[in-house]
Design a protein around this ligand. Sequence first.
Ligand SMILES: O=C1O[C@H](COP(=O)(O)O)[C@@H](O)[C@H](O)[C@H]1O
Length: 226
Amino acid sequence: MSTIRYHDFDDINALSKSLSQQWLDIIYSATTPVSFALAGGTTPAPIYRQLDALLSACATPHQPITLVATDERWVDDADAQSNEGLFRRCLPGSAARQDWQLLSLKNEAPTPAAAAAAIDARLREQLPNAFNAVLLGMGADGHIASLFPGAPVQQDQRTCLAALHPQTQQSRMSLSLPRLLHTERIWLLISGAEKRRVLEDAEQQQLPISALLRDAGCPIDVFWCP
Ligand SMILES: O=C1O[C@H](COP(=O)(O)O)[C@@H](O)[C@H](O)[C@H]1O
């Protein structure tokens, strides 16, 4: 089981300041290209806005930064549900300055299932061997990225896989758990008492979050706020 380090914050603003500063340190201390895999959903938006403010107040980073979503919804970029759209909306200053390059989890295919093989092949060329930083969120059902309960999480050699949200039936593309685990650091973003309970019980369960806790090769920093 991986080491889990809990960091509790009073609110999402305090959490965002702390996490974005840690990422800024990674970016400006890097001597080789930097890569981030970042969660979507609703919780992380303030972190990305804070990172954008910090980046915009600094000189252009010396090292190129690549950014990929941990998972993407099969919707148009302009759709409020799009995780890649979330990055563009929350990181406008650094996007305009071209501080980072977004590697998309989408293509023109009609469905993630039809796109998966081509995107897997492209990501194998584009992604680094290991990310510098992975931020994962978690749903109250124990899903991480778009790896929902029952998804293949172990020994999956694919970079990405097609997924379906079990309740909404929304089509998704998700990085695979093994690919997410090729990273130097992992942060897990959790808000609220319900998700905290799910996380604390996860070791006894067979959920995607349980597989993360079991298989991660580095400590997991849980950033929690009410
Ligand atoms: O569907 C998703 O859910 C998780 C958790 O999102 P949140 O809105 O509850 O914080 C998220 O990490 C993932 O990227 C997203 O697509």
